[in-house]
Design a protein around this ligand. Structure first.
Ligand code: FE
Ligand code: FE
Ligand code: ZN
Length: 282
């Protein structure tokens, strides 16, 4: 079994997200740590977190997967943007320590012309300034489509970042199915090969979460446009093989498909039905 859920809005508090996901039929969820436009975050209310903890304990939930802001770019050529990014990262990681779940995923960043090596160095430096040896949160680098000057379009680049961070034991990876497909990895015809390559380069023990998305574009397009499950170029059969892949069992799978609530509820049920069918086959 995997855990399945989608992004929810943190506006109503943390416990409300758990309860909403319970209604949706899922058992994990993701949220953006701050709204993409402003930098403001809501303070964490201890009673809210207690309510979330007790709700999760009763509901067989898997790890939760927070998502850092899209505006956080730790390797921009602009010093101001980098400094803002570092502030966001530090505040986000501090807040994460107050929450259960403790996976924090973010986009490594775009080097905006500085080159990949410089970008990787700056990302690792920002992580070193923000992470602590005694932290509970696992910080996840997201696999990217590699559009523009994005870092993280290859497993090798993520590995380089992890290698440079001194608290490397608190680092992991979130694999986005749309992004790796758009980045050129053939998860449709050769999921075993792609996961083997991931294992060789990064190590499957670092894989902590999946962003479960179909894609609007062809493999290698470097576009990053998500599609509903089964309506894109990856297709339902391939998505199903990924969800059922033995190497990925026990991981939280987060839908980031273009859907409204009803769409997410239906995709969550589709994914869960794959496992029911498996059970019946045994
Ligand atoms: Fe993302
Ligand atoms: Fe994603
Ligand atoms: Zn994306």
């Amino acid at each position: 079994m995997i855990y399945i859920g989608c992004h929810l809005s943190v506006t109503g508090g943390y416990a409300a997200m758990g309860e909403t996901m319970g209604r949706f039929g899922g058992n994990t969820f993701a949220w953006f740590t701050r709204n993409p436009r402003g930098g403001k975050t809501k303070p964490v209310v201890p009673e809210d977190i207690e309510r979330l903890r007790s709700y999760l304990a009763g509901g067989h939930f898997g790890p939760l997967v927070a998502h850092g802001s899209y505006t956080m770019n730790l390797c921009s050529a602009s010093e101001e943007t980098r400094a803002n990014g570092l502030d966001m990262l530090r505040q986000d990681l501090e807040r994460m320590e107050l929450l259960p779940g403790n996976l924090y995923n973010f986009h490594p960043g775009s080097h905006t012309g500085q080159g990949t090596e410089a970008g990787i160095r700056q990302i690792a430096d920002a992580l070193d300034l923000s992470m602590r040896p005694d932290m509970n949160t696992c910080v996840l680098l997201e696999t990217m489509a590699g559009k523009g000057s994005e870092i993280g379009g290859s497993f090798e680049e993520l590995r380089e970042i992890i290698d440079r961070v001194s608290c490397g034991e608190h680092m992991g990876v979130c694999l986005d199915t749309c992004h790796v497909w758009d980045g050129g990895y053939d998860i449709v015809n050769d999921p075993d090969g792609v996961l083997q390559h991931f294992d060789d380069v990064i190590g499957l023990s670092r894989l902590k979460a999946i962003h479960f998305n179909d894609s609007k574009n062809d493999r290698g397009s470097r576009k990053d446009r998500h599609e509903k499950l089964g309506q894109g170029t990856i297709g339902l059969e391939a998505m199903k093989r990924i969800a059922l892949h033995p190497a990925l069992q026990g991981l939280p799978f987060i839908l980031e498909t273009p859907n409204d609530d009803d769409g997410y509820i239906s995709e969550i049920h589709t994914v869960l039905s794959w496992f029911d069918a498996e059970e019946n086959d045994r």
